[in-house]
Design a protein around this ligand. Structure first.
Ligand code: ADP
Length: 309
């Protein structure tokens, strides 16, 4: 479907993308995940036609689109900042793309209302965008992209300006909309949880390189390297039987009959979960427990645990 072949992007001396090759399947939601500055937005800009790569090609359904300007591509982008026109109504914002393509006013109005309904904003066409909440503005931005019926929807950190609770709700809504309409989406985020929860496949990047592409379970349970184990699994180093290993907190399991014995050095309450710090052989391990399951040993108490690698 959408395919990046050996894409390299230079900004002056900086190599923002180094020989990136990646292929999206029709109807899937693929996420580019990596720390800030790793090249995710650059990849999206190349896909949308906003940036010409220094080297390499982009194909859509077998046709090369590398040099095609954004308005001639069957792609649409939802930006982090929404980029809505503040003086226009929600409906005018949504139908803008159709209007500049010469669609008659009636058709613009009808389609804007239809697509606003799809994103949960029926009856909002005449509201000014300034009167809308952050979440509603994000929905308008999504509707504005969907009205163009793109072959590929590009989403660049679309939820980062929303509060934590709304982010979780919106990511579920985006996922449902994408699934039910079978839209192909390339989604950018630096948030591991968001990537794991929303994607069919995740592509993990660092410093302009793609390290691993796989299902959320694959990249979490079988990371290709220590960077991914650390970045996605929140792993920490432990020396076990003389060997350095990276261990995730969910692999350290307190249990009365556990094979190891350490000392509870502290606990951090996180709401649903509690993280324990366990001192063991001059190392500090982290274990994660469900708050409702937690038995409460006193700080300093001895704790037994297993390490499930
Ligand atoms: P991400 O989206 O993963 O945060 P970007 O693709 O925005 O990363 O940026 C990748 C690298 O390219 C970063 O080091 C960033 O500072 C640099 N960069 C991005 N845009 C420009 C630009 N217009 N000019 C110069 N450097 C840039």
């Amino acid at each position: 479907m959408l395919s990046f072949q050996d894409i390299t992007v230079h900004y002056g001396e900086l190599v923002a993308l180094g020989s990136l090759t990646l292929e999206l399947k029709r109807g899937e939601l693929m996420t580019l995940l990596g720390p800030s500055g790793c090249g995710k937005s650059t990849t999206l800009r190349v896909a949308g036609g906003f940036l010409l790569p220094s080297k390499g090609s982009v194909f859509l359904d077998g046709q090369e689109i590398t040099n095609l300007p954004p308005e001639l591509r069957p792609t649409a982008t939802v930006f982090q900042s929404h980029a809505l026109f503040p003086h226009m109504t929600a409906g005018q914002n949504v139908s803008y793309g159709l209007k500049v393509r010469g669609a008659p006013r009636r058709k613009c109005r009808r389609e804007a209302e239809e697509v606003l309904e799809r994103v949960g904003l029926s009856g909002y066409a005449d509201k000014r965008v300034q009167e809308l909440s952050g979440g509603q503005q994000q929905r308008v931005a999504l509707a504005r992209a969907l009205i163009l019926n793109p072959s590929v929807l590009l989403m660049d950190e679309p939820l980062s300006s929303l509060d934590a609770r709304l982010r979780v709700r919106m990511r579920m809504e985006i996922r449902e909309l994408q699934r039910s309409a079978g839209i192909t989406v390339l989604y950018v985020t630096h948030d591991q949880e968001e990537a794991l929860s929303i994607s069919d496949r995740v592509s993990v990047m660092s410093k302009g390189r793609l390290f691993q592409t796989g299902s959320p379970e694959e990249v979490y349970f079988s990371p290709a390297n220590d960077f991914i184990r650390d970045f996605i699994g929140n792993a920490f180093p432990v020396v076990l039987d003389g060997q350095r290993q990276l261990v995730r907190p969910d692999q350290v399991c307190p249990a009365p009959e556990g094979a190891f014995e350490g000392r509870l050095a502290g606990r951090e309450f996180l709401g649903n979960t509690v993280e324990w710090r366990i001192e063991w052989k001059e190392q500090t391990l982290r274990a994660v427990m469900l708050s409702c399951d937690e038995a409460l040993p006193a700080p300093g108490a001895s704790v037994r645990f297993d390490i499930r690698l």
